[in-house]
Design a protein around this ligand. Structure first.
Ligand code: DPP
Ligand code: ZN
Length: 894
């Protein structure tokens, strides 16, 4: 397949002024009439019209009123070309599509009998022939016609300007979007839907209509999404001075959806998982995710829609920025400093767990990539989460006010335009009067930088030197990396654990200084920063609040880590110290298990682990202090008590041994569970949330702490813990507690676990999102082997066609259950290959995501590598592979 290169960008030959569309909706065959008014782009020398189209039947093509015959246009490889077109053109195109056959869920498709569209990135070309590229922005008018009984609701972007009856039981609705937009923001919805709606007054006293559309029966699950929308609207007014520009804003939930949600202008289409919630079916995490995603899509209205991307290489321009905005929104919604820290820790966990491995693997790409085969493969954690970190660094460097100035200038310059990542950087830089040319490397260089720290205290001169050294490993296509511009936020703790006032020698005499956190700007390969007037040997707290997306190598003793965990005023680094302490134990245990395995010793695993568990007592003491510190938020305590995940640990080993990692982590959990049993029980009972369910930060934090305590107690696996879990399952008045209890039971030897699983299924059979959880929890169970997963594939409720369901079983197993997925006999890889091939025929985008589960195959022991390679090769040799899957597999094998 063809590789698209960023450097090949050329401006469009024709610009589009307006698009008028008429849809005759029919699941078997929908006819679409499109009139495109276009004119030559003075910035281009070309007279050739290039339209994209895929899987379309072309019924009619007229140029300025005259029908074009084959020969007057060329149709090949997904492109329709008209050479030498006049300066002004009205194109009339009639196409036919088959929505009910469309399982890719791109373009126009049917879900549970209703019509939906998904056009980002390149789905509009499955609806009509069009210059389907984001730098072609136009105004749209859309006429929808359909059977009134089956499709009483007809929605599209913008404002409803007309509706009425037609003959034969059909009706119509006409929509006009007053804003010009790229085709990827087009949307329509038609079906049997109901809505919760309310009027909302904007800050400027303009009234707008807000609607959340769902299938009949789900109206009781829309309140939280609506509240989140109202909060999002208010937040963007307050924080960025950005107001909703439409009279009407709609969210529609759909059960079959590739992504999380889509920011179509005025008509956001959402995966049901990010809309539907009530205490019975949704967990605290679901509630938080709904708030974040509703915010995210709403914020796109400015960062993405009003100012959009010139080309898809600039995707992070809107995604990185909008993720940053939704992260800040969620943090502000909690409001407290510790709440902000909890959110920050959560976000960094995602970055490390998913993006760092991506950055170290075959699909590594920069935040602004230079090439792609299939753009759908580049909706990645690098573009989104690392992109958000890059945006956050501007705020770290310029402060909140400086960041706001940069945003204001960005909109002042670019409203209504399709621009590049460089334009955003220029606005930030110009608004703040700083030269930031080196910062560009965060956009152009892939890979996670490592920052190594060395320190020297001079007790006579009272100086403290920090020497920071940065490196970055090669990534595919980028052998050599130049130094990044890295903001490193630093604090120094005195022997009492208090922050010292900081004075850098570079401040000069008479400079105020004295702040307790300073942002050092590391721009060279190595730099030394000298603090003066440092009264005593400090313990450094480095990269506070995770001020840059880097790996920090710093030598701490166990005692120093315990000290930071107990005292650091920066909650992120406080948490980080505990994670470092735990990681140290876990890696030592893992190494011991591996060594014993390699030496072929027939020693009992337990004995090996017991011998290697030397510092677990210190860890137990440190964890105990956190657990019992009632001054700390419950949510923070839960994070601090959660051991690094198996995936995170795997990345930190030379050769990944998934079973050794799993055994070590389980062992340590069990040991902590025993050592802290009384404290855990006390915390469990002290963290009960009484009364009506509320997903607020305090209550959800308590539930999180209570449930992590339960999981430790269950790991120790005694009857009292079984009873506790069973009791919690039976008495839960919300899904958070019920699910946590069921997970605990499933991962225990409790006699009641099979019955509980069965009851859960029966109780929630009608709730698709809960059945997804039911599949996922079984797929990630410690005992779930490949045979168990294959058996679940045969369950009547399982289908590959629904992405949520496919993800809940197959993805959960392949990426969320490493010890079983990487079974020594390679059966997990066989299963993976079967599913990638099967999904490829149904939904290439989802298949390509699954294909990425073997990204890191070269990091495993040779015996596993061989089996993984064989599975990759089997997929590579399968017939009719989509370019989505081809690209991922090709890069993995390269
Ligand atoms: N719908 C996806 C998102 O909001 C892609 N734009 O991130
Ligand atoms: Zn987005």
């Amino acid at each position: 397949p063809l590789t698209v290169l960023r450097k090949d960008y050329t401006v469009p030959a024709f610009l589009v002024d307006s698009v008028d569309m008429g849809f005759d909706l029919d699941p078997a065959a929908t006819r679409i009439a499109t009139r495109i008014t276009m004119r030559r782009n003075p910035a281009s020398g070309s007279k050739e019209i290039v339209l994209f189209g895929e899987e379309l039947e072309l019924l009619q093509l007229r140029l300025n009123g005259k029908q074009l015959k084959p020969g007057q246009y060329q149709l090949e490889a997904g492109k329709l070309r008209i050479a030498s077109a006049p300066a002004k053109v009205v194109l009339e195109i009639e196409t036919l599509t088959r929505p009910e056959k469309n399982t890719s869920l791109m373009g126009l498709y049917v879900s549970n009998g209703n019509f939906f569209t998904q056009c980002e990135a390149e789905g509009f070309r499955k609806i009509t022939y069009f210059p389907d590229r984001p730098d072609v922005m136009a105004k749209y008018t859309v006429m929808l016609r359909a059977d009134k009984k089956k499709y009483p609701v007809l929605l599209s972007n913008g404002n409803l300007i007309d509706e009425g009856e037609l003959t034969d039981g059909r009706h119509y609705a006409k929509w006009e979007d007053p804003f010009k937009k790229p085709s990827y923001l087009f949307a329509l919805v038609a079906g049997n839907l109901v809505c919760q709606e309310q009027k909302h007054m904007l800050k400027s006293d303009r009234e707008v209509l807000l609607q959340v559309w769902v299938e009949d029966g789900n109206l009781g699950k829309t309140r939280h999404a609506m509240d989140s929308l109202v909060n999002s609207i208010r937040w963007d007014e307050e924080r960025f001075g950005l107001e909703l520009d439409l009279d009407r804003f709609m969210i529609v939930a759909v059960g079959d959806f590739n992504m999380g949600a889509m920011e179509n202008k005025g008509l956001n289409i959402f995966n049901t998982v990010y809309v539907l919630a009530n205490p019975r079916i949704a967990t605290d995490i679901d509630y938080a995710n709904i708030e974040a995603v509703v915010g995210h899509e709403y914020f796109h209205n400015w960062t993405g829609n009003r100012v959009t991307c010139r080309d898809w290489f600039q995707l992070s321009l809107k995604e990185g920025l909008t993720v940053f905005r939704d992260q800040e929104f969620s943090a502000d919604m909690v409001g407290t400093d510790s709440g902000r820290a909890v959110k920050r820790i959560d976000d960094v966990r995602v970055l490390r767990q998913a993006q760092f491995p991506e950055d170290a693997g075959p699909m590594a790409h920069s935040v602004r990539p230079d090439s792609y085969v299939e753009i759908n493969n580049f909706y990645t954690v690098t573009i989104y989460e690392k992109g958000a970190e890059v945006v956050r660094m501007y705020q770290t460097l310029f402060g909140r006010d400086g960041f706001r100035k940069g945003m204001d200038l960005y909109f002042e310059r670019h409203d209504g335009q399709a621009v590049e990542c460089d334009d955003f950087r220029a606005a930030m830089v110009d608004a703040n009067g700083r030269d930031l040319s080196q910062f560009e490397r965060w956009y152009s260089q892939a890979g996670t930088p490592r920052v190594q720290v060395q320190s020297k205290y001079d007790a006579v001169k009272k100086t403290y030197e920090l020497t920071l050294t940065q490196t970055c490993a090669p990534t595919p296509g980028q052998a050599k990396k130049l130094p990044f511009h890295i903001p490193v936020a630093v604090g120094l703790l005195d022997s009492k654990g208090k922050d010292m006032p900081l004075h850098l020698q570079a401040d000069g005499k008479g400079q105020a200084g004295g702040a307790t956190t300073r942002v050092l700007e590391l721009t060279k390969a190595q730099q030394t920063f000298r603090f003066v007037d440092v009264a005593e040997q400090p313990v450094p707290s480095i990269l506070r609040n995770f001020s840059a997306p880097v790996v920090l190598d710093v030598e701490y003793s166990d005692a120093e880590l315990a000290f930071l965990l107990a005292h650091d005023s920066d909650p992120f680094n406080r948490w980080e110290a505990g994670q470092r302490l735990a990681t140290r134990s876990l890696l030592a245990l893992t190494a011991a298990v591996q060594d014993a395995g390699q030496a072929g010793h027939v020693v009992a695993l337990q004995e090996v682990l017991d011998n290697a568990a030397s510092n677990s007592a210190a860890l137990g003491t440190a964890f105990g202090l956190i657990l019992n510190d009632a001054k700390l938020d419950a949510a923070f305590r839960e994070l601090a008590l959660t051991l690094p995940s198996e995936v995170l640990l795997a990345e930190q080993t030379e050769v990944i041994d998934p079973q050794a990692i799993h055994q070590s982590r389980q062992y340590l959990r069990g040991k902590l569970g025993l050592a802290l049993k009384d404290d855990l029980l006390a915390a469990y009972h002290a963290s009960q949330t009484l009364g009506a369910y509320s997903p607020d930060a305090e209550a959800s934090g308590k539930r999180a702490l209570k449930n992590v305590a339960l999981s430790y107690l269950i790991q120790a696996d005694d009857e009292a813990a079984h009873a506790l879990a069973q009791q919690q399952y039976d008495n839960a008045n919300n899904m958070t507690d019920r699910l946590a209890a069921l997970v605990a039971l499933t991962n225990s030897s409790a006699p009641g676990k099979a019955a509980a699983l069965e009851k859960f299924y029966k109780d929630f059979e009608q709730e698709a999102l809960v059945i997804d959880k039911w599949f996922a929890l079984q797929a990630t169970a410690y005992t779930a082997d490949v045979a168990a997963i294959r058996a679940l594939l045969e369950h009547p409720a399982f289908t590959l066609k629904n992405p949520n369901r496919a993800r809940s079983l197959i993805f959960s197993f392949c990426s969320g259950n490493p010890a079983n997925f990487h079974a020594a006999d390679g059966s997990g890889y066989e299963f993976w290959a079967d599913q990638v091939i099967a999904l490829n025929g149904v939904n290439p985008q989802v298949a390509a995501r699954l294909a990425r589960s073997l990204d890191r195959w070269r990091k495993y022991a040779p015996a596993l590598q061989e089996k993984m390679r064989a599975a990759l090769q089997r997929v590579a040799a399968a017939p009719d592979l989509s370019k989505d899957v081809l690209e991922v597999i090709g890069k993995a094998l390269a």
